[in-house]
Design a protein around this ligand. Structure first.
Ligand SMILES: Nc1ncnc2c1ncn2[C@@H]1O[C@H](COP(=O)(O)OP(=O)(O)O)[C@@H](O)[C@H]1O
Ligand SMILES: [Mg+2]
Length: 386
């Protein structure tokens, strides 16, 4: 008997993008949100954009930046500061981003940038042989971060077009060891008059503290946008259309099932549909069975990673995590009922375990409700416990 051959879609894009830039034809909806964001920015407002992780903040910002009204009339910059832990790193990341996004705009723009940044000018410029721009600024070269920061803002201030700077995971700055970082940044941002900002982040309560409490420097300095799941009907339509455009059929009930399973949470829907699409040959039909198999493949691929996460957890944390995964969305986690149902030791033990789980990002809290942040992890735990 011939072994079964696997057919790969070599010539075709998978229309369900899960990393990197999303081409407009593969970008689902966000019409109202992008209009709102563009309107705010082009009318002189800053925006604070909040949502759960992997809901689509970065995607939305990039989509807005790609729209002609912003693309043609502004210089746009996107800085992700998730990994930064001090001002020096923040300045390094901002400097690198501004430099990199200056390069495609031509030699003159780069020259102006190099000139503006006296403090690190020796580490940037043009290669004598190739003529190509070079940037060899290391973290250690940022010896006086406050000064270099001032220079970067100075450069933006005199750029020949107005600028939009998006800072992703902005709440990170509150964790820096330096004092008065918020005041320092707010000072620069307030002074610069040709630059608007998008402050994005997934740690809602931290952003709220920064922007909604009176005694913080950023108080009321930006308009709030809360990004929620894409509308069910719109998303289901999008999924079916993507299959259709590539000569395949996606059964609407299967699409609805995926949407409901993940409550429309963008990344999990996209990842499941990416895998399901890959498993559907041209001319084929994707149904509930295809999707189920796709999810099972995704969970299997993450098996080691999930086990490894569990291996680093105390039994108290683990049991609470299992309890939350079993509930899907859990509330009243310190009630006698909940403790008894899930064999948890005591209300105080649950409280301290929960503090750690949320701080580590493993559990997401919204109002008084909790769920496992990674929805695939939640499914994996449920399957393992079944
Ligand atoms: N409107 C959209 N249509 C299709 N895929 C999207 C859309 N928005 C985001 N995605 C995808 O969903 C995932 C999560 O989006 P991302 O923007 O990284 O979320 P966040 O920045 O909120 O963590 C990514 O894989 C991205 O490619
Ligand atoms: Mg993001």
């Amino acid at each position: 008997m011939q072994p079964e051959t696997i057919k790969y879609n070599i010539m075709e894009d998978n229309p369900f993008v899960v990393s990197g830039h999303i081409r407009p034809e593969y970008f689902c909806d966000r019409k109202a949100e992008s209009e709102r964001m563009i309107k705010l920015l082009t009318n002189g407002n800053n925006v604070v954009l909040k949502s759960d992780r992997r809901m689509g903040k970065t995607g939305l910002i990039q989509y807005c930046f790609d729209q002609p009204v912003l693309h043609d009339n502004y210089y746009t910059f996107f800085v992700d500061i998730l990994h930064t832990t001090c001002l020096q790193e923040f300045v390094h990341e901002l400097g690198r981003t501004v430099y990199e996004q200056a390069v495609p705009r031509g030699k003159k723009v780069v020259q102006r940038f190099v000139k503006a940044l006296h403090s690190i000018a020796g580490k940037m410029g043009f290669d004598a042989n190739t003529g190509l721009p070079t940037f060899t600024v290391g973290l250690g070269d940022i010896e006086r971060p406050e000064y270099t920061l001032e220079e970067i803002f100075g450069y933006l201030q005199q750029a020949e077009k107005p600028c939009i700077v998006a800072i992703d995971e902005f709440q990170q700055v509150t964790k820096y060891p330096e004092k008065n970082i918020e005041a320092l940044l707010r000072g620069h941002i307030q002074q610069i008059d040709n630059c608007r900002f998008v402050f994005a982040g997934s740690e809602r309560h931290m952003l709220e503290q920064m922007f909604d409490s009176r005694n913080h420097p950023f108080y009321k300095s930006a308009d709030n946008m809360d990004l929620v799941a894409i509308d069910r009907g719109v998303y289901v339509n999008f999924m079916c259309q993507q299959f259709e455009q590539k000569g395949r059929t996606l059964e609407a009930e299967a699409a609805e099932g995926v949407y409901d399973l993940f409550e429309g949470h963008t990344y999990y829907v996209q990842k499941t549909m990416n895998e399901s699409f890959a498993d559907t040959p041209t001319g084929g039909i994707c149904n509930g069975g295809t999707v189920k198999k796709a999810i099972s493949n995704i969970l299997a691929a993450n098996d080691y990673f999930f086990r490894e996460q569990l291996s680093r957890m105390t039994i108290a944390k683990k049991m609470l995590l299992y309890a939350i995964a079993a509930e899907g969305t859990a509330s009243q986690i310190t009630s006698a009922n909940f403790l008894k149902k899930h064999c948890l030791a005591s209300a105080s033990a649950v409280q301290s375990a929960m503090k750690k789980l949320t701080a580590e990002g493993l559990v997401t809290q919204e109002e008084k409700k909790y769920r496992v942040s990674d929805r695939f992890f939640a499914l994996w735990i449920r399957k393992m416990q079944a």
